[in-house]
Design a protein around this ligand. Structure first.
Ligand code: NAD
Length: 358
């Protein structure tokens, strides 16, 4: 029996349309193999929405995403819209769609492909065995959303930001993390600053309570300062990491950098429904837009995450990951990864090669 899924496509700006179209072609190809039928409905977002209808996140886009089974996003923004006032900036649409879809989890894998070891800034002996880390970052709570402001202090004006986390917020992100670990190598590291912060102590307590429901997952706590060190000292020790909004923001950028290749990294933002929003971690790359040069792999891998997390289609999801692995192992490279005499493939050629290996 054919399973059907409706996907809202937010192509966005710059290289967005090129890379989203690559991911659509890969999804169609994998769908044929695994009896999945996708309907793709495009909606406007970002600068292209501003140009077409005068606002970065039209109501139809929000409604379309809320009614779809899942959402695939390219990227938004570009110099053309940089001087617009804050509420009209393309990036405003990103926060708007995440909040409209109540996406409280950000999943960011950081994987070092053996074929791309040369791109990693860490010493060869440290990354000999590669690494494959999934960071589960809380996305809608903590200090980025807490009370803030200015007040008169003893030495003049002072600024403050506050961090608060409720039991509910910690519990729901912890559950996502345990479920994620269950689908992987069953090892979870919860990162906090429990030696100093009250929010971290509550975080730790709730994580330990939820852990009782997941006896098959091995869990350990790590202080954030140590985690920042361990990520560059011995990244292969990590499987799944769960952490707060701000710690996750910082650690996920550190983790993405040690893979050495921005065009390779996908992400998923999830809420209470299975729907979710899937997008590459890079931006709209205006410097190479429209040139068929962009690396489509981050978006193709975002589509593979969608198959796993939104639709529970593990086999089809794995097929995409292994096709990407094969293409890289056989030395195929887009311009961002090509070195020396290697001939760089275009966006569409790399997409074709991945499809051939599905
Ligand atoms: P960027 O990620 O767009 O580009 C940084 C560098 O990486 C550029 O040299 C670019 O060519 C390269 N690059 C990025 N993705 C690539 C890919 N798939 N293949 C090959 N090379 C790639 O970051 P930036 O230049 O700081 O930002 C450009 C625009 O994107 C800005 O308007 C920014 O606000 C926006 N942005 C959007 C998102 C998003 O939509 N989620 C995220 C970050 C930045």
């Amino acid at each position: 029996m054919i399973k059907k899924y409706d996907i809202a496509l937010l192509r966005g700006d710059g290289i967005g349309p090129e890379i989203v179209d690559s991911a659509v072609r890969v999804l169609e190809a994998v769908g044929e193999k695994y009896n999945l039928a996708f309907t793709f409905t495009p909606y406007l977002i970002g600068g292209s929405a501003i140009d077409a209808v005068g606002e970065p996140l039209p109501k139809e886009t929000v409604e379309g995403c809320l009614n779809a089974d899942s959402v695939l996003l390219g990227a938004v923004g570009g110099p053309k819209w940089d001087s617009l006032p804050g509420h009209l900036r393309p990036e405003k649409a990103l926060l708007g769609i995440r909040s409209a879809m109540e996406l409280f989890t950000n999943l960011r894998p950081a994987k070092l492909y053996p074929a791309l070891k040369g791109e990693c800034p860490l010493r060869a002996d440290i990354v000999e065995n590669g690494f494959d880390i999934m960071i589960v970052r809380e996305l809608t709570g903590g200090i980025y959303f807490g009370e803030r402001g200015y007040r008169e202090g003893k030495y003049g004006q002072e600024a403050f930001d506050t961090e608060s986390y409720s039991e509910m917020e910690i519990e729901r992100i912890a559950r996502v993390a345990f479920e994620t670990a269950r689908k992987r190598r069953k090892k979870l590291t919860s990162i906090d600053k429990a030696n100093v912060l009250e929010t971290s102590r509550l975080w730790r307590k709730i994580v330990h309570e939820i852990a009782k429901e997941y006896p098959d997952v091995e869990v350990n706590d790590m202080l954030v300062d140590n985690a920042a060190m361990q990520l560059v000292r011995n990244p292969s020790q990590f499987d799944v990491i769960v952490t707060s909004n701000m710690f996750g923001d910082i650690l996920s950028d550190e983790a993405s950098q040690i893979t050495g290749s921005i065009g390779m990294l996908p992400s998923a933002s999830l809420g209470n429904t299975s729907r979710g929003l899937y997008e590459p971690i890079h931006g709209s790359a205006p410097d190479i837009a429209g040139q068929n040069k962009a690396n489509p792999i981050a978006t193709i891998l975002s589509a593979s995450m969608m198959l796993l997390y939104a639709f529970n289609e593990k086999e089809a999801s794995d097929a995409i990951v292994s096709a990407v692995d094969k293409a890289l192992n056989e030395g195929l490279r887009t311009a961002d990864l090509a070195r020396g005499d290697t001939v760089a493939l275009t966006t569409s050629q790399m997409t074709d090669e991945i499809i051939k290996r599905l």
